[in-house]
Design a protein around this ligand. Structure first.
Ligand code: NAI
Length: 302
């Protein structure tokens, strides 16, 4: 039988943990023994307003179950706020092992109608917020030679969604952040992964049929978070999780065609079918591998 994953002695910071997925992540981390910093700005779905109430109420739930938690009401989109929540982890529990970048807002509109302030804010919360919190935690994790970081991406960024250009851009941005940090963290046992959840929450309540609430439960996603934070966690994985289904998403590159140095736009257009053929497609672990693969093919005259 698989050994139970325990997180005793570990300290986890979960952003946006006052409700929805962040709340169930925080509860599950605490149930498995981690001490938790429950961060939540406590504003509306569009990011307006703030109150400590939601973070405090999740702290109460955790402590009622015998766990350890403290509340933080800072915004991840604020550099100082991000540094403060990390400092609070050290102050309250002496270390920081796990960061779950989960906080998020929506400001959906078709691109032609979108105010750039709405674009900025969504990118600020999802992408920059993940970078700010991770940047504050990074030196601590490097020093202790252990860290588990999860970014929350979305199928809207991975595949696109009408009316979510700001959100989609930010959500694929965190995948790029992960791809670089998985390499930079490798030496110090800092594993960085992405979660692409599907769950019924206040963010998606009006986008899903009401009966979906019964099976798209946030709790069913949080099992994935624990697996991504365990000692044996992978690094660089994009884990799709919803209603108890888990799958891995990967960016892959096709074998392509060699048109050599006299390639023309006409030849490229003529070859779309071969260029788009994804049989034999493969992922790369780091950017230099792409140039190396081209050099190898070029030298072999392929
Ligand atoms: P939610 O709206 O219930 O939770 C988001 C939480 O983040 C809220 O409690 C909110 O107060 C907090 N928050 C917002 N801005 C903040 C800030 N600047 N600083 C700190 N906290 C802030 O939504 P849900 O569904 O639980 O979303 C969690 C994450 O999962 C988000 O990143 C979302 O984009 C992502 N996601 C959710 C999906 C779903 O199906 N529910 C699908 C794909 C991604």
């Amino acid at each position: 039988m698989t050994q139970e994953i325990r997180l005793d002695g570990k300290v986890a910071l979960v952003t946006g943990a006052g409700g929805g997925l962040g709340r169930t992540h925080a509860l599950e981390l605490a149930r498995r023994g981690a001490s938790v910093i429950v961060n939540d700005l406590g504003g509306g779905r569009d990011g307006t307003g703030s109150t400590l109430g939601p973070a405090q109420s999740v702290v109460k739930e955790i402590t009622a179950l015998g766990g350890k938690a403290v509340a933080n009401g800072d915004s991840v989109a604020d550099r100082e706020g991000a540094a403060t929540m990390v400092a609070q982890a050290i102050e309250a529990f002496g270390r920081l092992d796990i960061v779950i970048n989960n906080a998020g807002i929506l400001r959906d509109k078709s691109f032609s109608k979108m105010d750039l302030d709405d674009f900025d804010l969504v990118v600020k919360v999802h992408l920059l917020g993940s970078a700010y919190v991770t940047h504050a935690a990074w030196p601590i994790m490097r020093e202790q030679k252990f860290g588990r970081i999860v970014m929350t991406t979305s199928s809207s960024g991975l595949y696109g969604n009408f009316g979510q250009s700001n959100y989609g851009a930010a959500k694929l941005g965190v995948v790029g952040l992960m791809n670089c940090l998985k390499l930079e963290g490798q030496r110090d046992n800092i594993n960085v992964n992405c979660l692409a959840p599907t769950a019924w929450s206040r963010m998606t309540a009006d986008l899903m049929p009401p009966e979906a609430a019964a099976f798209f439960k946030p709790e069913a996603v949080s099992a994935g978070i624990i697996a991504l934070c365990s000692d044996d966690a992978p690094s660089g994985m994009i884990l799709e999780a919803g209603a108890g289904y888990f799958s891995s998403v990967s960016i892959v590159e096709g074998q392509g065609v060699g048109l050599y140095l006299d390639a023309s736009a006409e030849l490229v257009s003529e070859k779309w079918e071969e260029i788009e053929d994804m049989s034999g497609a493969r992922p790369f672990n780091a950017a230099p591998e792409v140039a190396n693969a081209i050099i190898t093919k070029y030298n072999a005259g392929l």
